[in-house]
Design a protein around this ligand. Structure first.
Ligand code: OVM
Length: 401
């Protein structure tokens, strides 16, 4: 691949999607932030923002930095998308707005109240079962995967069969936002079957009465979206709602296992569970990056980003920018994490964030009532992904209360 060479702005030759960077991006993130407000990434011929101020401002400016040309490296102005684009994530107003309105209505705090009690019971049961089996376990499958997979697909209303496809589907989907590297190649073989399975779950006759899926179809009956849009809106739930919450919860568990005093604070004050989850999302940024595309020549300081160029937004770097946060690398329940960009910001800010917070709150509260101490019990392992900062294994040892 050849790209225009820009010599008039700070540049980096580092590939943000290489194994080394994904394993531990902190040094690269610091270098990007320090290089300037906009940095050219010659490995992919794209621009980058890693400081909180610029990332926040660009995410807010949906007119200047569009999503409709794709939020991955692939530019839909020139390349055919690998799947029909998301009506929310990969869309701009006005088309974006009706699907967004339907989902925000279904997933707002009030609408989720009916789920709280049941999810709390499931969390308590799950934690009791895990603890009954022993005080050493891998928290990724035992808790971080088990809890969302137990509550969320039921809430959407998809059939039980085939749910084991959700995580492999998500893993590939989040890889494909990056370059066509070996991670994408490894997932390519299974991708068509996973895609077909997900598409089939989005049809009206598959979706249980009362679930989010059926409610999306009901919104189509009321004319709020078209019947053609309904399955794609359901698909957004299945795409954005599983890996993200799994890895958000994994991040919170890892944070507490490595910050024992913060765990004690949560135990003393379980009402901190929601703040704790947002602080974990700031601290770990499970969704690390998304691209935008410049809709005109845009000037940032002395740099002009030309129309049509891709800009990589480093959410994880912005969330640890010392220009914005004091002691950014410290996981601290007494900080106010609001303003973090771990859920994005602006028009596209995570429409499922209340679902994610409710899941995390239920699980953390159930754990805090039963577990006195948590520590890492063996070698942890990352699951490298082009978009997500994910855990593959988190061996933990707990003592019970
Ligand atoms: C979607 C979608 C897919 C992946 C992530 C996401 C974080 C949305 O299909 O709408 O948001």
């Amino acid at each position: 691949m050849t790209h225009t060479i820009r010599t008039d702005l700070p540049a980096s030759t580092v590939d943000p999607f290489s194994d080394d960077v994904l394993e531990d991006p902190s040094g690269f993130h610091a270098a990007l932030r320090d290089a300037g407000p906009v940095v050219y990434l010659s490995a992919h011929g794209v621009y980058a923002m890693a400081r909180h101020e610029q990332v926040h401002a660009a995410l807010r400016d949906w007119q200047g930095f569009q999503s409709g040309a794709g939020v991955g490296l692939s530019n839909f102005r020139h390349e055919k998308p690998w799947r029909p684009p998301s009506l929310l994530l990969e869309a701009d107003p006005p088309g974006h707005d009706a699907p967004r309105r339907v989902l925000s209505g279904l997933l707002d705090l009030r609408a989720l109240r009916r789920l709280r009690e049941g999810w709390r019971d499931v969390a308590e049961q799950l934690v009791d079962t895990v603890l009954a089996a022993g005080t050493e376990f891998d928290a990724v499958p035992a808790l971080a995967e088990a809890f969302p997979l137990r509550v969320f697909p039921d809430a959407v209303g998809i059939p039980a069969a085939g749910r084991e496809n959700l995580l492999p589907y998500g893993s590939h989907l989040f890889n494909v936002f990056g370059p066509a590297n070996e991670r994408v190649a490894e997932g390519a073989e299974r991708a068509p079957a996973l895609q077909a399975w997900v598409t089939a779950q989005c049809q009206r006759d598959q979706l249980a009465e009362g679930g989010f899926g059926a409610q999306i179809w009901a919104a189509a009956d009321r004319g709020e979206i078209t019947p053609e849009q309904a399955p794609l809106v359901v698909r957004s739930l299945l795409s954005a709602g599983v890996d993200t919450t799994v890895q958000g919860i994994a991040a919170a568990l890892h944070a507490f296992a490595t910050h024992p005093r913060q765990w004690q604070r949560l135990r003393e004050q379980p009402g901190l569970a929601r703040i704790a989850f947002d602080e974990a999302v700031r601290w770990a940024s499970p969704v690390q990056t998304f691209f935008r595309t410049a809709t005109a020549d845009v000037r940032i300081g002395d740099v002009v980003i030309p129309d049509g160029e891709k800009i990589l937004m480093f959410l994880g770097a912005a969330n640890r920018d010392p220009r914005r946060w004091s002691d950014p690398d410290v996981f601290d329940l007494s900080r106010d994490p609001s303003g973090h960009v771990g859920f994005g910001f602006g028009l596209h800010q995570c429409v499922g964030q209340h679902v994610a917070r409710l899941e995390a709150e239920c699980l953390l509260t159930a754990l805090a009532a039963r577990v006195r101490t948590i520590e890492i019990a063996g070698p942890t392992r990352r699951r490298l992904n082009n978009t997500m900062r994910a855990w593959g294994a988190l061996p933990m040892r707990v003592t019970t209360a």
